[in-house]
Design a protein around this ligand. Sequence first.
Ligand SMILES: NC(=O)c1ccc[n+]([C@@H]2O[C@H](COP(=O)([O-])OP(=O)(O)OC[C@H]3O[C@@H](n4cnc5c(N)ncnc54)[C@H](OP(=O)(O)O)[C@@H]3O)[C@@H](O)[C@H]2O)c1
Length: 276
Amino acid sequence: MEKIALVTGCSSGIGFETALELSRADYFTYATMRNTSKAGKIQEIAEKENLNLEVIELDVDKEDSIKSAVKKIQEQKGRIDVLVNNAGYGLFGCIEDVSINEFKAQFETNFFGVIRLIQEIAPTMRKQGSGIIVNVSSVAGRIGFPGTPAYISSKFALEGLSECMRYELSPFGIKTIIIEPGVIKTNFFSAMKVSERKQDSPYKEITEKVMNGVKMMAEMGTPPDEVAKTILKAIQTEKPLPRYIVGSDASMFLEAKKMKTDIEFENYIKKELFGD
Ligand SMILES: NC(=O)c1ccc[n+]([C@@H]2O[C@H](COP(=O)([O-])OP(=O)(O)OC[C@H]3O[C@@H](n4cnc5c(N)ncnc54)[C@H](OP(=O)(O)O)[C@@H]3O)[C@@H](O)[C@H]2O)c1
């Protein structure tokens, strides 16, 4: 039977590569994006390689947009086997500099967007008695550091949600997989927003240090197709693990977190970030 996949945030980066990877592996893939004027490149590749890939509009912030995308897939295919919750963005700014509205907007996309998709698609997967939901979290979903608390807390929330989902959805045949990339070379860092209150902030120096640090790290980041390959491998595994880490940087940080006490780990992060 033809397998159907829906990937969010496919205009660039991890979503772009994942949609191509899945369609190359014979999943009929709906490469969704909020702005379909960015569809040219993926459509060109799909046409050239004769892939089963269709671009449809989907903004994870908007319930109507999700409903109409899912309705279209239901009408065309009648099933959804794989959902990859990938769409997301980051926000620079320390706790006092990020307004509540900026925090809410960050959660709207990175957390509530995921819930909207799951609530729309899980009923179909339950009826099928099968399905796989992949949540693209981050190493920042397990490790806190300064400069991006809104982003980090949205990913911590996604990790918690994913752990709950594994218990709740598995009796219905639905698997949940968390992907934890380290620094990946995509548009992510250039697309990151900056909190409006950063000017004249007592946190200006630390925020700028973090901004410059991560932008430099991004240049040496892992290519996004490695994340796509990990996602494909995970969904093709009979009994997938709860978490898949991508990138040697992510493995190093998460291994350190496992081995050290909280205080030892905090000192290690301070040293890594600031040389303290
Ligand atoms: N790059 C990294 O180092 C890294 C590390 C760990 C985790 N991640 C996670 O990986 C995911 C993908 O990021 P990326 O690195 O591939 O960055 P990217 O190249 O900037 O891609 C982000 C994608 O999300 C889309 N998006 C943003 N808001 C959306 C919304 N409201 N509705 C639908 N789509 C939306 C963007 O669309 P537009 O083009 O329209 O903006 C874009 O397609 C994110 O969840 C990110 O948190 C990234």
